[in-house]
Design a protein around this ligand. Structure first.
Ligand SMILES: Nc1ncnc2c1ncn2[C@@H]1O[C@H](COP(=O)(O)OP(=O)(O)OP(=O)(O)O)[C@@H](O)[C@H]1O
Length: 366
């Protein structure tokens, strides 16, 4: 009996030991799994390049919403992929960042590593930080990390004027929509809106701001097709008593005023010239950087001037404007005159942006 009892006790001990062993293994496995899960979770939200940085969001209407906290913006920004890309330029890539169904931003990512790129970021902040105008894209915030900088803008749902004029989206219905949207009335309103935005920079901001890169891809369209000037990466601040700022030649070929190449000086009249090129783009539907112009060794400006001087002006007007807007021919011709005034070779003969706004407004009210 005593022997049987002893065997039972040993069996019990062995069972307890086995159970304890299995239990400890299970506990270790659960702990290891939890650690692995935690690690996975962190690797999504903590980009090592972002460590130590902080999102700064400026106070404004949208920013009052409790859903828009710097943490949420940063978290959602980390999840942006190529699918969210809405544009790219020489200095960065632009993504659509959706916070809620009704709140979205445009985030421009500028890679760092060269003083030129860092300067672009600083210029945007210096120039745009305080600006609030209905014809200028609002900057809502920024983020600076070791490998890149982010600029957080108001999202412009209708993209850029360049996109609407020269790259209508493929696909039947949408293509039709793009054509209808850019009728003469829309083009006229875009011209006046953009002119008001640039005039505000030149005359009302202290210090005054010279944009230095006015072109159709930097004129964006809001939900009401109202023009908004954007991209202040080359902008130069100028004290009101100064007439120019010495700088290196920068900007986009096809829009640069002739004097930039000789003097290397950025003036407000340089922006007026570039705006004149945008007016020609609106009137002709032709892109100033069109390869055809390089092949012919000419430019949009010289081509249009030549054709108009030959009294064959109707040949340069965008064909989609001709039949639909015959009753607008006076306004169209008037806008050509404003464009030529802006494109005067001598900067002193060009109007100021405030005068350009008045000239354009008079085309409709006068
Ligand atoms: N706030 C915004 N809302 C909607 N789309 C935008 C916004 N900002 C930029 N984009 C889109 O992204 C494109 C690229 O913008 P970006 O300012 O980076 O370059 P760009 O002006 O085209 O060229 P570059 O910077 O080389 O002069 C624009 O043409 C526009 O289509």
């Amino acid at each position: 009996m005593g022997g049987v009892h002893q065997i039972n006790t040993i069996a019990l001990y062995i069972t307890i030991c086995c159970l304890a062993f299995i239990l400890s293994k299970i506990t270790i496995a659960v702990l290891l799994y939890k650690r692995w899960r935690n690690k996975q979770h962190h690797s999504v939200h903590q980009d090592p390049h972002l460590a130590g940085g902080k999102v700064v969001m400026f106070k404004s209407g949208t920013m009052q919403s409790p859903e828009v906290t710097p943490q949420v913006v940063l978290k959602k920004t980390m999840k942006l992929t190529n699918k969210d890309m809405i544009g790219s330029g020489g200095y960065g890539t632009v993504y659509k960042l959706s916070i809620t169904e009704s709140i979205s931003f445009a985030v421009k990512r500028l890679s760092r590593g060269s003083p030129d790129r860092d300067r672009t970021f600083e210029r945007e902040l210096e120039a745009m930080g305080d600006i609030k105008h209905r014809n200028i894209v609002t900057l809502h915030g920024y983020y600076s990390a070791s490998h890149y900088n982010l600029l957080i803008y108001e999202l412009m749902p209708n993209g850029s004027l360049d996109g609407l004029l020269h790259h209508p989206k493929e696909g039947g219905e949408e293509e039709e929509l793009q054509r209808v949207v850019l009728d003469w009335d829309s083009r006229y309103r875009i011209a006046v809106g953009a002119a008001r935005g640039i005039s505000y920079l030149h005359h009302d901001c202290i210090p005054h701001i010279i944009h230095r890169d006015i072109k159709s891809s930097n004129i964006l369209l809001d939900q009401n097709m109202e023009a908004r000037v954007s991209d202040f990466g080359l902008a130069t601040l100028m004290e009101p008593d100064k007439t120019h700022v010495s700088t290196f030649v920068a900007g986009t070929f096809g829009y640069l005023p002739p004097e930039y190449f000789d003097t290397g000086k950025a003036t407000a009249k340089g922006d007026v010239y570039s705006f004149g090129v945008v007016l020609l783009e609106l009137l002709t539907g032709r892109k100033p950087t069109d390869e055809a112009f390089y092949e012919e060794g000419t430019r949009l400006v010289t081509w249009v001037k030549g054709v108009v001087e030959d009294k064959r002006g109707e040949y340069v007007i965008d064909s989609s404007l001709k039949c639909s807007s015959c009753h607008n021919m006076d306004e169209i011709n008037g806008m050509f005159e404003v464009a030529f005034a802006c494109l005067e070779p001598d900067p002193f003969n060009r109007p100021t942006m405030a005068e350009v706004v008045k000239m354009l407004e008079l085309l409709r009210c006068g």
